[in-house]
Design a protein around this ligand. Structure first.
Ligand SMILES: Nc1ncnc2c1ncn2[C@@H]1O[C@H](COP(=O)(O)OP(=O)(O)OP(=O)(O)O)[C@@H](O)[C@H]1O
Ligand SMILES: [Mg+2]
Length: 281
């Protein structure tokens, strides 16, 4: 496959994460999803900020359920999906649901089983996680094919991104990360990435790929208030550059085979039982 061609044989599964909150993960997730649809990809966005989710709010969607019904086995994931005007589907993460903020092993298994089944209909699965290093976050990132770390040039955001990468590499053996710098121009973006890389290179055994910056756009606040996506040509161009870089990254063969990996890596190491037959029973 040549660079730029999109391999549709199994879905790409990308977790979008950050150390510090409020840096733009949800903003990136929904906009990358919308731009990917424009490239002809079938996209599923999982709002994995469980219990405090807001993808549906940002998009003005009214949900009739969420991941809560999926993990409890009350509904299948496909029944809970919402379609967006932008052409991608969303699994809402549920709001005000404290019991979802730390999924137990059984809930994780159920969700993974449902995700793996649903993902067959998509080319790209984007998982918008919560900020920080909670067990849910580590689980979603470690189970995905790749991780996009979002940060801003703010020093606390940089420190927290480093902490996230450190914990993921040391506790979950995640070694490769894509990095994007939000609310930064090109120069600030590159500078911030170099800062992160110099400290990561020195202290951690990880590989960081820079996939570009996203400038602060004045239109964002208004778009969020109006529950719509950015319309400006420049914003779309900026997002397309980042998306192009993300999709041009080769799959990490040691980790990826779409959701098969998602499934096997999450469960296979810890469980003796045949989850497939258990899920069917
Ligand atoms: N490129 C940008 N330009 C201008 N404002 C932005 C940009 N990206 C994000 N924002 C602003 O930052 C706020 C937080 O963004 P967002 O909700 O996507 O962050 P988050 O990382 O998902 O937060 P949380 O950790 O709470 O889930 C948005 O409400 C928006 O106003
Ligand atoms: Mg968010």
């Amino acid at each position: 496959m040549t660079t730029g061609e999109i391999d549709k044989s199994s879905p790409r599964v990308i977790a979008v994460s950050s150390g510090k909150g409020g840096v733009g993960k949800t903003f990136f997730s929904i906009h990358l999803a919308a731009r990917a649809v424009k490239q002809g990809l079938r996209v599923l966005l999982l709002d994995a900020d469980l219990g405090l989710a807001n993808v549906d709010v940002m998009l003005g969607l009214s949900s009739h359920g969420s991941v809560k019904q999926v993990v409890s086995g009350e509904a299948s994931l496909s029944d809970m999906l919402l379609s967006t005007k932008a052409g991608f589907d969303v699994l809402p993460g549920g709001s005000g649901l404290a019991d979802l903020t730390a999924l137990n092993g059984t809930q994780q298994q159920t969700l993974m089983s449902e995700m793996r089944e649903a993902a067959k209909d998509y080319d790209l699965v984007i998982i918008d996680t919560a900020a920080g290093i909670s067990d849910n976050v580590l689980f979603f990132v470690a189970s995905s094919e790749s991780c996009l770390v979002v940060l801003t040039p703010d020093p606390t955001s940089l420190t927290d991104a480093y902490a996230l990468i450190k914990v993921l590499s040391q506790q979950r053996d995640v070694r490769r990360f894509m990095v994007t710098i939000n609310q930064a121009d090109k120069v600030d973006g590159e500078l911030t990435f170099r800062r992160l890389m110099s400290v990561a290179d020195r202290y951690l055994d990880v590989h960081l790929d820079y996939v570009g910056n996203m400038p602060a756009h004045k239109e964002v606040r208004q778009a969020i208030q109006q529950q719509r996506l950015l319309q400006s040509v420049q914003a779309k161009k900026d997002l397309d550059v980042v998306l192009g870089e993300i999709l041009a990254r080769p799959r990490d063969d040691s980790r990826s085979s779409g959701l098969q990996f998602f499934w096997e890596h999450s469960l296979g190491q810890d469980l003796e039982v045949d989850i497939n037959s258990e899920a069917r029973a």
